[in-house]
Design a protein around this ligand. Structure first.
Ligand code: MTE
Ligand code: HPA
Ligand code: MOS
Length: 801
């Protein structure tokens, strides 16, 4: 924005607001002379546990989600037609029976796409509707449009698709053998692994399988598309990335980006599942809306949502590790086979992040990592909280446990010995220096507060007296890189509007999915203007307000958007400061904003009064703000550089019990010490830590995705897919925050919190492996994730592989 350098009027130029509009401003008999400083009526907003800005509305059912928006007259409903074959040639689609059903208006297929039949996403490898071939069970061939959603869903099942089946690749091992990839493999190497392994005092070889995860957002995928005048479109979408929806829709309709406006007030959870996947519903609904010239809503049935959309990537690993007598790793050769599903989607950056987190917290000197991005005939797997980070870390954590058991050492001691150092052993395998490492003191503190050593002993005593139930314990660290690995996404914009009554609206490019982003942004803006938290309102994400916004992802929502909003608010504050300084004859730098007052060396005035005066004097009361993360860069080809602005750290100590006869398990006690820097909102941050941990626990214990030998996902409803319930939350669940600000200059000294705590749940998995080892002394623990009852029994040698 442009702004005159000196906007402050001289003292006698200050207009009396009453003169400008005596009626509207009859209450503005403002005395332009400052009053003496009054006691602070407005507390600081940031750093305190403000309620989530929507908390009350959400518990009252008064918060609006896309399906709550009143429907425009004539709105039609769409339901997807799904492929019933994993891989095959699509020979014909017979919609006659469906079209004859009550309420059915049309069946929309690939031929109805006005623009590119290939989705406008980054990889450009995915058809909007399957046309000549199908590539997974659940792939969408078209949509049925009807007067009601149930009519559309019923009719979709009556569409007859003739498919000539072809051989399907249904798991990552077959894909590896066939060299079936969605993207080329990536290799990251440092030192000489062959030599390191040859000279190592000990070596271990192992394999591990880790399953995927369904997002299970409470609000399913949905889009509502409304035709506007002159081939313009309004799209309501439950999405983490309104800008991506805008691009995909305009690409499919073959119109300019400017003709599509996407709005999202909030999501009922996204967890990464609405970073790209929400775009499909929007595109399908838009194509239907465009053909029928009617508003079209597509609200996915939960089972269809499971069958259509991608999940967390399942991984398979093969490793050889060399280590010395103390358990310190001297060489690691690691292969990661990533099950990407049928298309690339976000698999490239997910697999990259897994490579970046294969070290977790540990220095790997001689290392060789191969990452294969395998194509299978399943849903296209996508972002999920942690974005490959969890899949990167879990293998090195299992290796730590294996080394400790092999050497008869304590796993925490082995972990400690391998930590990144300070000033030495501090460069990652991708050549980034770890400058902010706090894990040494953090682990020590948690070891003490959780009584880790004492409890280890008492668990041994307890187990010795227990023939069936066996307990286990593990304390594991997390180091998670913050920033989008693709440097360009690390930018954000915001708008701050101050109205003449002193209330403030903030809008930014981020989206609210329950994580509390809007609340934090309002806290930061309130403090920048020195006004009450309640005076600041965040409005819906909207591509017509902030263009080209990045996805709200990579945990960077607050880092990026709260800073952009802070800068926007700072511009408004600067305008007001100059204006008031002009009145009081001081420098603008001498003006402060706090407690709802604007304070100069002459005295203070209420913020509301200053705003009215400023308006009357034609001072700009709104501004934009823009932020881009400093210091980051990285080379995509070699995966080297500084992809992350900083690291978020944490650790968890978890105690579990397993039933050695049934394989069932429980998480008994969890102690967490996690680093959020200066917490902008401790209640929200602790909520993120608890929620992330429990979600990670679900991934590693009960949440099992099962595809049958035809490639059909047989766990596609809550009846068969088990996310944790309140009853699974450990009875002892203690979360503490590490008391130190971010060492990098980040908003409020805070650190990102959205994803890192999920990986604290790796302590659950390691505790389960500890329990298995205690129940079966001497045997190598071979436990795959999720640690379902069956997998625990297998690990105990009580069930055939
Ligand atoms: N918390 C809630 N309640 N709902 C969500 O969907 N998504 C997670 C995390 N926490 C999510 C959540 C994911 S995957 C990310 S990347 C971050 O929130 C995104 O928000 P942030 O960057 O503002 O933290
Ligand atoms: N994290 C989350 N989402 C992303 C990323 C990332 O690093 N890169 C692209 N989308
Ligand atoms: Mo989160 S997986 O980066 O949306």
């Amino acid at each position: 924005m442009t702004m005159d350098k000196d906007i402050s009027p001289s003292r006698d130029e200050v207009a009396d607001p009453d003169v400008i509009d005596a009626n509207a401003h009859a209450d503005l008999m403002a005395d332009t002379q400052p009053a003496p400083i009054s006691p602070p009526p407005v507390p600081q907003a940031a750093g305190t546990s403000r309620f989530h800005e929507s908390a009350r509305a959400q518990v009252q059912g008064a918060a609006t989600y896309v399906d709550d928006i009143p429907e425009i007259k004539g709105t039609l409903h769409a339901a997807p037609i799904l492929s019933t074959v994993a891989h095959g040639r699509l020979l014909s689609v017979d919609a006659s029976a469906a079209l004859a059903m009550p309420g059915v208006r049309d069946v929309i297929l690939a031929r109805d796409i006005p623009g590119d039949p290939v989705l406008g996403n980054f990889a450009h490898d995915e058809p909007v509707f399957a046309q000549d071939s199908v590539q997974h069970i659940g792939q969408v061939i078209g949509v049925v449009v009807a007067d009601t959603v149930m009519q559309a869903r019923r009719a979709a099942r009556q569409v007859k698709c003739q498919i000539d089946a072809l051989p399907a690749i249904l798991n990552v091992h077959d894909a590896l053998k066939a060299q079936s990839y969605v993207l080329p493999p990536v290799f990251v190497r440092r030192g000489d692994v062959q030599a390191a392994l040859k000279t190592a005092a000990h070596t271990l070889h192992g394999t591990l399988e880790v399953g995927g995860q369904e997002h299970f957002y409470l609000e399913g995928q949905i889009a509502y598309v409304l035709p506007q005048e002159q081939n313009q479109w309004l799209v309501y979408s439950s999405t983490q990335h309104p800008g991506e929806i805008q691009h995909w829709v305009s690409h499919a309709l073959s119109i300019d980006n400017h003709a599509v406006r996407v709005e999202c007030r909030r999501m009922g959870g996204g967890f990464g599942g609405k970073e790209t996947q929400s775009g499909h519903m929007a595109v399908w609904a838009a194509i239907a809306a465009r053909k029928l010239k009617k508003p079209v809503k597509l609200r996915m049935d939960r089972d269809d949502d499971f069958l259509v959309t991608g999940k967390r990537h399942p991984f398979a690993y093969d490793y050889t590790v060399g280590f010395d007598d103390s358990g310190r790793i001297t060489g690691l050769k690691l292969t990661m086979a990533v099950n990407c599903g049928f298309s690339a989607d976000l698999s490239g950056p997910v697999a990259d992040r897994a490579v970046f987190h294969a070290d977790n917290a540990y220095f790997l000197e001689d290392v060789d990592i191969a990452s294969y991005r395998c194509k299978t005939h399943t849903q296209s797997h996508t972002a999920f909280r942690g974005f490959g980070g969890p899949q990167g870390m879990i293998v090195i954590e299992t290796i730590m446990g294996d080394i400790a058991r092999q050497l008869g050492l304590d796993p925490l001691d082995v972990r400690r010995r391998n930590l990144y150092g300070t000033g030495e052993r501090d460069v990652t395998h991708y050549q980034m220096k770890v400058e902010d490492n706090i894990l040494e003191p953090l682990l020590l503190k948690l070891e003490q507060t959780s009584s880790y050593r004492l409890r280890k002993q008492s668990i041994s005593a307890w187990n010795a007296a227990s023939p069936v139930i066996q307990r286990g314990i593990a304390l594991t660290p997390v180091k998670f890189g913050i920033s989008f690995t693709a440097t360009l996404f690390n930018q954000a914009g915001a708008l701050v509007h101050v109205y003449t009554d002193g209330s403030c609206q903030v809008n930014h490019g981020g989206t609210e999915m329950g994580q509390g982003l809007n609340t934090k942004v309002c806290q930061i803006v309130a403090d920048e203007l020195g006004i009450a938290f309640e005076s600041v309102l965040a409005t819906a994400s909207d591509t017509s307000k902030i263009p080209n916004a990045s996805a709200t992802a990579a945990s960077a929502g607050t880092d990026l958007n709260a800073r952009a909003a802070q800068y926007a608010a700072r511009n408004v504050r600067d305008n007001l400061a100059q204006f008031v300084a002009g009145m009081d004859g001081c420098g603008a730098g001498a003006v402060s904003f706090r407690s709802g007052q604007v304070i100069t060396p002459m005295g203070s005035r209420p913020f509301t009064e200053v705003v009215k005066l400023a308006y009357a004097n034609r001072i700009q009361l709104w501004s934009d703000g823009f932020y881009r993360t400093p210091k980051i860069h990285y080379d995509k080809a070699t995966l080297t550089g500084r992809p992350f602005y900083y690291f978020a750290y944490g650790a968890a100590c978890t105690e579990v019990a397993i039933d050695t006869l049934t394989g069932e398990s429980r998480v008994l006690k969890v102690d967490i010490l996690h680093d959020v820097g200066n917490s902008i909102n401790p209640a929200i941050d602790i909520g993120q830590i608890e929620g992330g941990f429990v979600q990670g626990m679900g991934w590693l214990t009960t949440e099992q995705l099962v595809w049958n030998d035809k490639g059909q996902l047989s766990t596609h409803a809550p009846s068969t897919y088990k996310i944790p319930t309140t009853g699974d939350v450990p009875e002892h669940f203690k979360v503490d925050l590490w008391p130190e600000p971010n060492r990098e200059d980040n908003v409020f000294g805070s650190k990102a919190v959205g994803e890192p705590p999920l990986m604290l749940a790796i302590s659950v998995f390691e505790a389960l492996r500890d329990a298995v080892a205690r129940a079966r002394p001497g045997a190598r623990v071979q436990l795959d994730a999720p640690a379902t009852a069956e997998n625990v029994l297998r690990a105990l040698g009580r069930l055939d592989a």
